[in-house]
Ligand binder design. Sequence first.
Ligand SMILES: Nc1ncnc2c1ncn2[C@@H]1O[C@H](COP(=O)(O)OP(=O)(O)O)[C@@H](O)[C@H]1O
Ligand SMILES: [Mg+2]
Length: 241
Amino acid sequence: MLTLADNMLLEVTDLVAGYGKIDVLHGVTLHVAAGEVVSLLGPNGAGKTTLLGAISGLIPVTSGTVRFDGNDMKGASARHYAKAGLAHVIEGHRIFSQLTVTDNLLLAGYDLSRHERTERIETALSLFPEISAKRDDKGGALSGGQQQMLAIAQSVVRNPKLLLLDEPSAGLSPVLVDRVLTVVSELKAAGTAVLLVEQLVDKAVSVSDRIYALAQGHMVVETSADTSDLHHRLEAAYFGG
Ligand SMILES: Nc1ncnc2c1ncn2[C@@H]1O[C@H](COP(=O)(O)OP(=O)(O)O)[C@@H](O)[C@H]1O
Ligand SMILES: [Mg+2]
């Protein structure tokens, strides 16, 4: 039988992190197994973006540990993270507006072999027909939703073991929200684990295996996505029950 520890990809334990002398996360513990989709919910200002940043090395860790694929990530460089198979699509898409869609994707896979890079770019574009049709257009000519898709596609080019997505649906039309969440399910089917931060609770839950909720820097909910009293528990978490 496969035990929890056998396929553990991300293990965050008693994490304390913040900005300067101010701690935002007060001892947070969370895990993501290989191939799992896990949603991280919680009200604005709860520390969700800070937690993703601490996991991916953008924000220094004060105490506690982040283990990824069996390795302690303390002091690891961004390059090390990329090599280890962890990709982070930060809040608010970041793409190169002066470069074409294809060049944005080529850049994302700069260190892959030519063959692998071409293959990965086609895989990434196949997930997003909307931008595949615009592969020769400049990034800046895409709609906000298409730029968000391009930002996710850039991470897909790296074929990560774990993808961190920070509010990928923000600012998108309902149709594009569904497209992005469908891609989350497609990535899972292809074996990629996803840690998803979302404001759209029902949409997030519908594609997730497990749910966490943060409130004021504390993990207040950890549960399977099919728990019957999930809404009740989230409500209590959001409104301080
Ligand atoms: N760059 C920063 N410098 C100082 N404080 C910050 C910074 N970014 C966020 N914070 C604070 O950290 C807390 C958590 O923010 P954040 O992680 O962005 O929450 P969430 O993503 O859950 O909305 C908030 O109180 C916010 O004001
Ligand atoms: Mg945030």
